[in-house]
Ligand binder design. Structure first.
Ligand code: DGJ
Length: 723
């Protein structure tokens, strides 16, 4: 990074002689400050006119070292014609309403008496180091803005945030993390919506003048609005082209603004949902905004996020221990806990290859269904007369570790704690319940202490290495203090029980973001254990999430959330694409199903050492019925391709599937791991049905592999090894 201070502001007006009467020519102001950030893949250049807030004048492929940033500043200025102001307002890191900015401002604040403030900031200081911190001051209103940027030369993620300080308490309505420009050679943006059992739906929206505005006011990250955005340049696919991607790392609800200004410029703003701070304050910080630029298609962004989550965001209690195969009893027994049944299920799960047994909802209070007992975190002596230890000891005797379910932020009106402390619940007394429950007010220290004590009482007397941490209802209203309270509770528990891993669950994937992932190690991506749905959900989630944190379980033969019946092989391979587990009642499995599940689980365990750190590369499938991905370690020495057939193809024969990221000159031996499962309707002799083949990276990437014909709802698994 370099910086320069040229105090060379010059007159804006040049001679008007050659211009038609009444017109003036305007020249761009020279830059007073320039800053440059490089991480080896991308360059970000910020410049500022005079003492004004800086703007991003370049973000993209890395620039040569000698690029003159002051020249870039003037080159970046856009022209002016009739109907425009005499100078274009900067699209700065925090566009100010006071500078006639024609779009959404980056900051909206009010005095304590409600009067709106119109801040105007001036340069104060810059701290240069590996990273960049810029301070700006509005003396009249007593406000300070600080922008922080951090680069990462290994993951290529830029982490940026805005911090705002006020001399006297004021009300914050909206504060954007550093505002970024979006590319002009892009005709659409991709963002994410979803619902229970169908998380990570992608939406493609065409750019047009005005705003694409998404605001999540549910108080949790939500199924409906994953805080991510990808802006691909024209022609970009999974494997080729340029793209810019963003993720806002906050679990309490966010706002995204993607706006095309009347002059054609585009801005991206991210922050907490508006008006989430209920009190006037003197300091506020946005959550980190994670962003990256890629010239290797959407996969370049995806791999950056995957690596960054795994290697920078998540903190692992036992980083060198392989991810254990899970068994979760929810869909086997629900609330009907009987020790002999659970012991029997544990025996069978261990035999199939499970290494961690997770006791789900139903072990506490008088929790016989979901109408009662949330917050009564004491073992139910009717179901466990001798406590949990007999079950835990049995699980341990089978070589599995033990995990347990909690839903700490929630309370049922029908619970001892609600009867004792009705005022601990968040929101109005007559609020509409969600799953018959309310949220606890996590901003209250006594509430946090109470939950901490109850959870600590369970964790300190039982050998438990894992919590499934659920959050099944949205909040009655958004309130940033609630999220801060949740974070504080998790942080305290983690500090006192550092060996316990936590899974973030919220009716499946309702709380997935890098803020919660700083405190947890796994996400329950969806309550859908339907492999067909999962194939789709986890493929899209891979745009942000790596294998090591993404739970995926083999569900019951007839899926409980879709009613679909799927073959065991398909169910097992889909789970093997991520952090594998089982969630069916193993007593329903026939011999064939047990054999297939055991085999796929051993395949997963055999490969997990490299799979856990592998990149998930989404393939450009020539057949919309096929959802395919390639998992490959960073050294490119091997790979596995999962080609899932999600529907019936419209053409009769499979189209060749192109691989990606290989060395074109290297040779690779490829083998179809499950070729023995080709259906008899596959009557031809594609070479892959016979055994291994050795082909060049160039062939595999530019022509692709011709897979055998297959039924819908099946998966081809292709293993490759660099020769
Ligand atoms: C919702 C979760 O997503 C399920 O997996 C299960 O844990 C239930 N809650 C338990 O109530």
């Amino acid at each position: 990074m370099s910086s320069a201070n040229n105090d060379t502001a010059e007159a804006t007006h040049a001679s008007a002689a050659a211009l038609p009467l009444g017109k003036t020519e305007h020249r761009a102001h020279p830059a007073n400050h320039v800053w440059r950030l490089d991480d080896g893949r991308q360059t970000l250049v910020l410049t500022a006119t005079a003492e004004r807030l800086p703007q991003v004048v370049y973000w993209g492929a890395k620039l040569p070292k000698g690029e003159d940033l002051a020249t870039m500043h003037t080159a970046h200025a856009i022209d002016i014609t009739g109907g425009m102001l005499d100078e274009n307002p900067d699209l700065s890191l925090c566009p100010e309403a006071s500078r006639t900015f024609p779009g959404q401002p980056g900051l909206i604040v009010r005095k304590q008496d409600g009067t709106p403030l119109l801040p105007k900031f001036c340069f104060e200081s810059a701290a240069n180091g590996k990273d960049l911190s810029l301070k700006y001051r509005d003396e009249d209103n007593g406000l300070t803005l600080t922008f922080e940027f951090e680069t990462d030369p290994e993951t290529f993620i830029i982490r940026a945030k805005t911090i705002w300080n006020a001399d006297a308490p004021v009300h914050l309505h909206w504060l954007a993390a550093p505002v970024m420009p979006a590319p002009q050679l892009s005709d659409e943006m991709i963002d994410f919506s979803g619902r229970w059992c169908r998380e990570f739906e992608t939406n493609r929206t065409a750019w047009s003048p005005g705003i694409r505005y998404r605001e999540n006011r549910t108080g949790r990250t939500g199924h409906e609005h994953f805080p991510g955005l990808i802006v691909p340049c024209v022609g970009t696919s999974n494997t080729h082209g340029e793209a810019y991607a963003f993720h806002y790392g906050w679990s309490g609800g966010h706002r995204m603004v993607a706006e095309e200004l009347p002059d054609g410029r585009r801005q991206i703003q991210w922050g907490h949902a508006a008006r989430m701070e209920t009190q006037a304050a003197t300091e506020f910080s946005t959550a980190p905004l994670y962003m990256t630029y890629s010239d290797t298609g959407l996969n370049g962004c995806a791999v950056s996020f995957q690596r960054h989550v795994r290697d920078r965001v998540v903190t692992w209690p036992k980083p060198n221990t392989p991810r254990p195969v899970h068994y979760n009893c929810w869909e086997a027994v629900y609330f009907d806990h009987k020790l002999d049944v659970l012991n029997n299920i544990a025996d069978r799960a261990a035999k199939l290859g499970a290494e961690r047994f997770v006791l789900d909802d139903g072990w506490f209070g008088n929790r016989d269904d979901d109408t009662r007992a949330l917050s009564d975190w004491e073992v139910d002596v009717r179901k466990y007369p001798d406590g949990l230890m007999p079950l835990i000891e049995h699980v341990h005797s089978l070589g599995m570790s033990f995990g347990i379910w909690f839903e700490p932020e929630m309370i049922n009106p029908d619970s001892d704690i609600h009867r004792a402390h009705p005022d601990w619940a968040l929101g109005a007394e007559d609020q509409t319940l969600g799953r018959q429950q309310k949220a606890l007010n996590m901003a209250l220290p006594e509430v946090r202490d109470f939950i901490y004590d109850r959870m600590a009482a369970i964790l300190s007397v039982h050998p438990i290495d894992y919590i499934k941490w659920d959050h099944n209802r949205v909040l009655p209203m958004p309130d940033a203090a609630q999220t801060r309270g949740s974070y504080e509770l998790i942080d305290r528990l983690r500090a006192d029980f550092p060996d316990v891993e936590i899974e973030s669950c919220a009716s499946g994937g309702g709380r997935i973001d890098f803020g919660i992932l700083k405190r947890t190690q796994r996400v329950w991506l969806s309550d859908s254990n339907d492999a067909l749905e999962r194939l789709h959900i986890q493929h899209n989630a891979a745009l942000f999430l790596p294998l090591s944190i993404t739970g995926s379980h083999v569900g019951p033969r007839r899926c409980h959330t879709s009613g679909r019946i799927l073959d065991i092989s398909f169910r097992a391979w889909v789970a093997a694409q991520r952090h594998m587990g089982f969630e069916m009642d193993p007593r329903e499995l026939d011999d064939h199903e047990e054999r297939v599940l055991t085999e796929v689980t051993s395949w997963w365990k055999y490969n997990r050492d490299w799979l856990e750190d592998a990149d998930i590369l989404r393939l450009d499938s020539p057949d919309p019925a096929v959802i395919a991905e390639q998992q490959m370690p960073q050294d490119g020495s091997r790979f596995v391709v999962f080609a899932g057939k999600a529907a019936t193809s419209s053409q009769i024969a499979p189209r060749p599937l192109r691989l990606t990221g290989l060395d074109p000159k290297a040779m690779y031996t490829v083998v179809l791991a499950n070729r023995a499962t080709a259906p008899t309707l596959s009557r031809g002799t594609p070479a892959l049905k016979d055994g291994p083949m050795t082909l060049s990276g160039a062939y595999l990437m530019h022509h692709g592999l011709t897979l055998p014909w297959s039924f819908p709802e099946t998966m081809w698994v292709l293993e490759g090894q660099r020769v």
